[in-house]
Design a protein around this ligand. Structure first.
Ligand code: COA
Length: 276
């Protein structure tokens, strides 16, 4: 396998399917995978034929976290510089994904442990198989859940559940992960891809400038006071208008003048919008 093959992707019907592709190592994140994933995300980010990115895993695993051999042991053997370099490479693609231009969906098809919570949280939405298995397994092998994983747990879950999840290291099913709000929902594995395609279809109908502004806003305002959020949201909408002044006018026109749709129940037809 070439170093490029650790991540594979295809683009179909405006969905970029990006796969962790180390099934024999349960898609653990090695430094090679982390470097390649950043390249792939950069290759896809501004392609006009990509409207949504789905991150999934080949085989029985979504991602078994960081590679205990290549990410931890081998880099530690190179000293602090080795560790810091490996961390920077992993965090770089998670950050790229958190602020990605296109909306993103984690399609969690199997194992999801520890360091996998970085990309899980980086995806805007997450749909899991009922049969998937999640866990902050770090405590089981002697470290705390780093790489943001503890923060992901406390952001997503109720405090009690986050504490339980973090210090017991007990694995939970995809259904339980949905109940604990680590993912949006879970469905039987056999229906997972169809559900994700359906959800991607909803996102593909939205104005792309608006959806980027809105998803960034959710991440930003989470850590703001109400006053700061109110101000940020005014500025963010004005910035979005500077990229796409026609969107909201068209949305209003199709409702108020054409009576073609109801915003409470669906999206305006972006194909009718004047191009900039
Ligand atoms: N790092 C490095 N190698 C890993 C790995 C990881 N995180 N997860 C799995 N692998 C490797 C195994 O060492 C094994 O390699 P080998 O075939 O060369 O011996 C191979 O992947 C298959 O793993 P195996 O344990 O046999 O598969 P499984 O399907 O029975 O179990 C897991 C899958 C994910 C439950 C199990 O591999 C596991 O617990 N992995 C560690 C998960 C973890 O703690 N991740 C957090 C890291 S931050």
């Amino acid at each position: 396998m070439s170093s490029k093959d650790v991540v594979v992707y295809s683009v179909e019907n405006r969905i970029a399917w990006v796969k962790f592709n180390r099934p024999d190592k349960r898609n653990a994140q090695s430094p090679t995978l982390n470097r390649r994933m950043l390249e792939v995300l950069e290759e896809l980010e501004f392609r006009d034929d990509v409207g949504v990115l789905v991150l999934t895993g080949e085989g029985t695993s979504w991602c078994a976290g960081m590679d205990l051999q290549e990410y931890f042991r081998d880099t530690a053997a190179k000293g602090l510089g080795g560790t810091r370099k490996a961390q920077a490479e992993a965090y770089a693609w998670w950050r790229k994904l958190r602020w990605y231009q296109k909306p993103t969906i984690a399609m969690v098809n199997g194992w999801c442990f520890g360091g996998a919570y970085g990309p899980l949280n980086a995806c805007d939405l997450a749909i899991a198989a009922d049969e998937a298995t999640f866990g902050l397994s770090e405590i089981n092998w002697g470290i705390l859940p780093g790489g943001g994983a503890t923060k992901v747990a406390t952001n997503a879950m109720a405090w009690r559940d986050a504490m339980y999840h973090t210090i017991t290291g007990e694995p939970i099913s995809g259904s339980k992960a949905a109940q604990w709000k680590l993912v949006n929902e879970s469905v039987p594995l056999a229906k997972l891809k169809d559900r994700v395609i359906e959800l991607a279809g909803v996102l593909l109908k939205k104005n792309p400038v608006t959806i980027k502004a809105a998803k960034d806003a959710v991440r930003r305002v989470t850590e703001m006071t109400y006053e700061n959020a109110e101000d940020y949201l005014i500025r963010a909408q004005e910035a979005a208008d500077s990229f796409d002044a026609e969107g909201r006018k068209e949305g209003l026109k199709q409702f108020l003048d054409d009576k073609a749709y109801k915003p409470g129940l669906g999206t305006y037809d972006i194909s009718k919008q004047k191009k900039k």
